[in-house]
Structures are given as structure tokens and as C-alpha cells.
Design a protein around this ligand. Sequence first.
Ligand code: ATP
Ligand code: MG
Length: 573
Amino acid sequence: MSKADAEPLSDFIRDKVAEDVATGKYDGRVVTRFPPEPNGYLHIGHAKAICLDFGIAEETGGVCHLRFDDTNPEKEDVEYVDSIMEDVRWLGFDWGEHLYYASDYFEKMYECAIKLISDGKAYVCELSVDAFKEYRGVPTRPGKLTPGRDRSVEENLDLFGRMRAGEFEDGRYVLRARIDMDSPNLHMRDPALYRIKHAPHHRTGDTWCLYPTYDFAHGLEDSIERVTHSLCTLEFEVHRPLYDWLLEACEVYRPAQTEFARLNLTYTVMSKRKLLELVEGHYVSGWDDPRMPTLCGLRRRGYTADSIRRFCRGVGITKVESLTDISLLEHHIKDELNRTARRVMAVLDPIKLVIENYPEDQVEELEAINNPEDESAGTRAVPFSRELWIERADFREEANRKFHRLTPGREVRLRYAYFVTCTGVVKDDATGEIIEVHCTYDPATRGGDAPDGRRVRGTIHWVCATKGGEADVRLYDRLFSVERPDTVDEGPASATTRDSAGTSGNFKDNLNPDSLTTVRAKVEPAILAMGAGEHCQFERKGYFFSDPKDSREGAPRFNQVVPLRDSWRKRSS
Ligand code: ATP
Ligand code: MG
């Protein structure tokens, strides 16, 4: 168990599970499941569900199943199946032998449908989706009885068999539960159980042209696996009466569904459909673009599994819908990397600094501390010479007293090196642009301290122009420029519309055009020696991660994980 899981957690779901164990409900068993639909990559919201489902199993000595809810062939793919397994493992969870696919239950589900038809609890309906909506009506008024509702059992069985045999085109018939067209809960107004879809499935191939709906399939999946606690997000609360009705009508084992609030993050969209739109429209470089809230994107950005688990613990489990500030996620990775990341020096926006009184051909090695938070990380040698790179923003030709960095006549410390005093600048004759900053150094201040006790207000970082190198660095801002980019309500409808195309809304209008800036940075030799997938802190700048995909030996490419300070607002204004 990692440190992130040191203290026991408590919330209303864990309390209920503990109570059920204590009272011997389900014979003391605890079986949860994480049931992703393999129609996209997992995102940080899924991490919340994973930490809950697998977390409860771990804490109670129970088991958690990984189940692919693959009942919707058109949008599903093995690429997603593989990525989901990789991401769950990466987060640190293990399903052992409990890997399941809803598609393995298609035959059993079909048998349950036959039972419902035989018991007069389901019927074949010829209404189109739109026509049925008319019959179903609105919650405040009773609906109308559908035309096929009184078809005989024999005729229903015959039609349903022919639906399976492939006699009808898509949409010609659906199988509906016969429940209550007057129920105030629209989900109880004869919901669809099966739809005709002539689409090959990534696991069952052409075996089926008939696929169960989410509502029919999900409870049966839980039941077949003898799940005890079926945990899902709040939008399924209104589906619970149907979940219970179907399992009772099928006369099968009944797990209990409990709902919790989903994770929503500021400046983020969190629906696979929208994330897919960003990928397909090339608004991002892929599902693992480091700006994406996907687990593979966050991983590539440099987030650790531990930081995400800590974040999920911090958010907690409640029944109250809320919007979590993305800076909370950033806090957890910053906190971790502050303890673990080695410090190095890189100049992101370079300007040359020339030390007039430093010997022309000399290069010396100065000792730099790798991590002030961790003595065991030791020190390294950093080359220093007459010409250095410093940040353009660390120099001002004119500055007031509050500016503690380089300006003519002012002395500052070069980190781990010497005190230098600015003497002036060299400008491009034609453009007037400053091309060099000049200074003199005090050889007595080697290491960064003056023997006479004199002090400087500012310390700046630098890179040796002779021995340093260059690396590509990606700087990120928020992917969206507004706190709530989701202009489309993702409320209760989302659960039932998961297999309809839906409208995209205009969340893409809220994309931040400046979310990615790539710079060619000047870097100290230790940075060039870094392999792929390593964390570091560029001193005074932020935490960075050498991209696992794009880094090459001797040529790492860096992703900014988080800036040191909350400079987001400053940069985007
Ligand atoms: P999305 O709405 O992003 O497309 P989904 O709910 O359709 O996701 P599923 O594959 O069905 O995706 O999700 C698997 C599990 O993850 C479900 O139990 C779902 O409730 C849970 N889950 C999905 N999104 C969130 C979220 N934002 N916060 C917490 N749990 C979530
Ligand atoms: Mg959903």
C-alpha cells in the first residue's frame, strides 16, 4: 500500500458497506466492480470511481471486478479495452482473475428477455424512437399505451426470435419492458431492453444483430457476477427503480446500486464523447495529449499515480454535485514533486549574459544541490564560463527598487556561482533590440556567498553558453479558457443518451488558443543526459517531465507538469 492510502477513509458508501458486512448481508461478501464502456480512454473522473470501487475491495478484503460494459458495438474498440487495462494497472489496482466482458453474457441476457416476454413483462414494439417519445410524454402527465403492448406472448416470442435471426433492419422493432406508461419516472415508462443493430462487435463478431440497452444489461451483469455493491454516479439514481424492477422480474440475484457525485473539474470537459471530438478534430494531438484530462494524458504530462490517488482521496465521496478546482489536482503533484524531483537549471526565454572580467577560455565546474528537500539526492557539477544564458525577464534596462534582478548598476547572485553586477547592454544597431547583457563578477563570491557578508536581493538561474545544450520544452496553459467549458447540460439525460449521437454544443468555442507553447530552451548538461519519463524541477520555473514518447537519447523533450507558482492567470492575461 502506498503512503497515499495510509489513513482509513470514511464516507457514506464505506459506512454502508461496513454495515452490510457487520449484519451479514450477502454473507459478509464484498464484491464491487468498475464497469467502463470501452468507447474511449479513461479520464480523471474515472479515477475517482476506480479509487472507490477498488479501494473498498482492498480495504474490506473483498474483490473488485474489471468489467467491460461492451454492449454498444458501434463505438467500441479493442484499442480502448487495452488502454483501460493499462490505466487501471498504472493507478495501482489489480483485478486479479476478475476480468469480465458484458458481451460474454449476451446469451444469458437473451434468455432473461425470453423469460420476461413469457411472463408478459416485455413486448416487441414497432414504434420508432421519435414516435415512442410521443407516447412516453412528459413526467407531469401520464403517457399513452403503445400499440404493440397487448401483443400475445406467442407473437412476441416469434417476433423477438426473428429479430435475433436478422430478419429486420435496424430500428424496425425494439423489445420493451411492460411496466407503467403513467409512472412519474420516465425510465419506468416501458423502457427499451433490446435494439436491432446490424453491427459487428469487437468480441462477438457477427453473432448478434440485437444488442441490450444499458438499463437491461447493467443490472444483469452485476447480478451474474454476484456483485454486492454496485456503485455509480448520480445520473443513474433515476434508473435505480428500473434496475431493481428488472432484476426482480428476471428472478435473479439482486445487488444494491448506490450513487455518488461524479467528479467535475474546472477548465475541463469530462465526457468521453467530447474528448473524442477533441481528438478526432485534431484540437489535441491524441488521447494522450498532455493537456487532456485522460489518465494517459496526465501520465504523459508527468502526473504520478500516487498524486492522482491522493487527489481522489482529497475530493472524497458525497452525494452533492460539485465542481472541483483543478488547482487541487495541481497541488498534489506539486507537493509530491517538491519532495522527489531533482533540481536543474534551464533558461526558457534566453538572453546572453557576458561577464566582462571573466577569463575568455575558462570553464569551471561549480557544485549545485540536487534537491534541498532531500539530502540523499547529493550534488552535481555545473559548468560555468564567460558567456551564460539568463532569462530575458530577469533583466530590465530600467527598473524601480522593487525589481531585485539584473538592471544596470545592480548586483545579483547567479545561483551556485558568483555575484555579478550589471554594467550595461549591447543592442542591435538596426532594431535596437537588446542582444547581450554585460556584467562583471566578484571572484571572491564563488559558490554564491560574499566573504564580507554583503547581501544581494535577487538570485537568478543561468546556463553555461559554452557547455550547455538545448531542448524542446512544451509549456501548457489550461486547455479551456473558462471555468465551465461545458455549455451543454450533462445532467440526467447523459445516462440514457449514451448511444445516441447527441449534439456537441459549442464547448470547443471555449478552447484556449494559447494552451500550448513550445520553446527551445537552453539547458545545463545534466538535463541533456536525462532519459525519457523523468521528473525534474527547472529552478524558479516549475516541474517538468521528459516526454516518454518524444524524447530521444541525448535529446529529451520536456512537458511542463505545473509551474512553481500559480502563474496561470498571469500568463493568460
Ligand atoms: P463519460 O460520461 O465520461 O462518457 P461514462 O460514464 O459514459 O463516462 P463509463 O465507461 O460508463 O463512462 O464509466 C465507467 C464508470 O466510471 C461508471 O461507473 C461511471 O459512473 C464512472 N464515472 C464516469 N465519469 C465519472 C466522473 N466524472 N466521476 C466519477 N465517476 C465517473
Ligand atoms: Mg456517461
